[in-house]
Design a protein around this ligand. Structure first.
Ligand SMILES: Cc1cc2nc3c(=O)[nH]c(=O)nc-3n(C[C@H](O)[C@H](O)[C@H](O)COP(=O)(O)OP(=O)(O)OC[C@H]3O[C@@H](n4cnc5c(N)ncnc54)[C@H](O)[C@@H]3O)c2cc1C
Ligand code: FES
Length: 286
């Protein structure tokens, strides 16, 4: 984790109220992995003392450029939309635990709801770079909120669902999952909590429905894998990136907890934001 200045290179509104900003921040990009986030300070100190967390949308170690994709919903995000190229802000990162891809997984199913695209977008780049096949299921309310396919790598199979049927499948993105779950070796999701909970329920019944073998049985099958460890996440069919209001983002304030399946509160900023779906007590209403 580093605290570094980041220079804005480009800022554009890619969808109504949704912005894509690229920054030159080589110190933060070095070692950044998909699923991690940055904690960004607004330059306006008049009452906005807290930093704002954003998923690392893309990061390019070669150029030192990272991007964030956000919706302008309040004072902090509105302030970011007024930044101009050449201006510098300070960022803390990369923070949190990343997605873990099993080395044997060839077919990755990514599922994003709305702004959840920012949580899985970087994983698409990493997976394509590593020679994996990626299908990305994306859900939005209507056509006007559909993430542009031009911003995705050509190799990604992109399947869209809209609530009103104005583009793609009519209905929730979760309804598309049964079509792909037999193909996928692992799945990774980010989006609204009800969507993640629905995906977790689907993942729970998947093995019985498909009769598939559990990843990791062959090699080191006898080893005990600790929940919450990188190896534990790697064995999960579904990994989810959670969002929760944050204060410190470094594990100190306990402002970001969700309830773990073991009954132990989990800090999204430290134990997460990526969790194996079976690590979360989805019905506990934290
Ligand atoms: C790990 C993590 C990654 C995130 N990544 C992204 C991202 O890539 N793109 C993006 O648009 N947003 C992301 N968020 C949410 C983002 O941090 C908030 O939208 C932002 O902090 C709001 O700041 P604001 O000052 O504009 O709004 P505020 O005025 O602080 O709040 C406006 C509204 O947003 C809600 N809100 C505030 N913070 C959060 C939060 N952390 N999560 C959910 N709702 C919140 C408030 O309850 C309120 O209703 C992420 C959050 C986390 C925890
Ligand atoms: S935000 Fe402070 S502990 Fe997570």
């Amino acid at each position: 984790m580093r605290l570094a200045g980041a220079e804005l290179l480009e800022s554009r509104e890619i969808l109504p109220g949704q912005w894509l900003q690229t920054f030159h921040a080589p110190a933060l990009v070095a070692g950044a992995r998909a699923g991690q986030f940055v904690h960004v300070r607004t330059g306006d100190y008049s009452g906005m003392v807290l930093r704002r967390p954003f998923s690392i949308n893309t990061a390019d170690a070669g150029t030192g450029v990272l991007s964030i994709h956000f919706r302008s919903i309040g004072r902090g995000t509105e302030w970011f939309t007024r930044l101009r190229p050449g201006e510098r802000i300070d960022m803390l990162g990369p923070l949190g635990r990343p997605f873990e891809v099993d080395p044997r997984s060839r077919h990755l199913l990514l599922v994003a709801g709305g702004l959840g695209m920012a949580g899985v977008r970087f994983l698409a780049d990493e997976a394509i770079r590593d020679g994996r096949q990626v299908t990305l299921l994306f859900g939005a309310a209507r056509a006007a909120e559909v993430y542009p396919s031009t911003l995705l790598p050509d190799e990604v199979e992109y399947v869209v669902a809209t609530d009103d049927g104005s583009v793609g499948h009519r209905g929730f993105v979760t309804e598309l999952v049964p079509t792909y779950e037999g193909w996928a070796d692992q799945s990774f999701a980010c989006g609204p909590q009800p969507m993640l909970a629905a995906l977790a329920r689907l993942a729970e019944g998947r093995r019985e429905r498909l009769g598939v073998a559990k990843l990791g049985r062959k090699k080191g099958g006898g080893k005990v894998v600790r929940q919450g460890s990188a190896a534990g996440r790697r064995r999960s069919f579904l990994q989810v990136s959670m969002e929760q209001n944050m204060g410190c983002a470094v594990g100190a304030c306990l402002g970001c907890v969700v309830m773990g399946a073991s009954g132990t509160p989990q800090r999204v900023c430290r134990e997460g934001p990526v969790f194996g779906s079976e690590e979360i007590a989805w019905d506990s209403g934290w």
